[in-house]
Design a protein around this ligand. Structure first.
Ligand code: SF4
Length: 257
């Protein structure tokens, strides 16, 4: 399904421009994504999530018992000049909470990265660990919550706590044209950003569905896909051709050819 909100579309205006954050964190001193990512990795704002992530990192899954888990909040990954931002939900407990890089080391990433490679965003199909040589071109990946939550369910306060990081990332990604929400929580997280920064008046006009496509009032696009979780990919709710089509559309709208 493809949906478009009538608007004065100005696709040339970067999505992060004109940030007006209501942040309770003070992130103004992070002039680059690298500096922001260093702040992310040290964040302790959500006690429940920090306790959970550190516990998982200590206990480990048997298959990874000889590895040192990352166990900290997971920073964004990708091209600082990205035109497309992939926005996920949160790190997986034994995926990016283990490896320290979004969608790296679990079933979601094993599905996503080969498609990013096929779509021309990734330098290689396999994502195994930080330092595996993976580079993204024209794309960046982040999430609405940067610590793995129990049962993949962050609560509302935790999502609000982490929102200032998304605001700052979007301000720093000055070339951004397209945000691709991976799942409904990411979609809602981004429409929340648009509303609190005065870019949209109401969120009710933006409804999540796989393949949804919205031209935004101040320029840029919001696209959506089902989340590439094993629950979706193993059941066929999300197939590789379905996600590849959305990635190709993101490329097209971003002017990446
Ligand atoms: S979820 Fe976000 S705000 Fe909460 S501790 Fe992790 S990085 Fe900090």
């Amino acid at each position: 399904m493809s949906t478009s909100v009538p608007s004065n579309v100005s696709p040339g205006i970067p999505l992060g421009e004109g940030e007006r954050s209501t942040s309770r964190l003070h992130l103004g001193s992070s002039p680059t994504l690298a500096a922001l990512n260093a702040q992310v990795a040290e964040c302790e704002r959500c006690p429940r999530l920090r306790t959970y992530c550190e516990g998982i990192a200590r206990e480990k899954r048997r298959a990874y018992r000889h590895e040192e888990y990352w166990g900290k909040p997971v920073p964004s990954f990708g091209d600082p000049q990205a035109r497309v931002l992939l926005l996920g939900l949160a790190p997986g407990a034994h995926g990016s909470n283990r490896t320290g890089r979004p969608f790296t080391g679990d079933g979601s990433g094993a599905f996503l990265y080969p498609l990013l490679w096929e779509a021309g965003f990734a330098s290689q199909p396999r994502a195994i660990a930080r330092g595996d040589g993976m580079e993204l071109h024209g794309a960046c990946i982040t999430s609405v919550v940067r610590c793995a939550p129990p049962d993949n369910k962050p609560n509302a306060e935790e999502q609000a706590n982490c929102a200032p990081f998304l605001d700052r990332e979007l301000a720093l990604l000055t070339e951004l044209r397209v945000v691709l929400a991976l799942g409904k929580i990411a979609f809602d997280g981004y429409t929340g950003y648009l509303q609190r920064n005065g870019r949209i008046a109401r969120r009710s006009a933006y409804v999540f569905s796989h393949g949804a496509e919205y031209a935004l009032p101040h320029g840029g696009w919001l696209l959506a896909t089902y989340h590439p979780s094993l629950q979706n990919t193993n059941t066929g709710r999300l197939t590789a051709p379905m996600l590849l089509r959305v990635l190709a559309r993101a490329r097209e709208l971003a002017g990446l050819g």
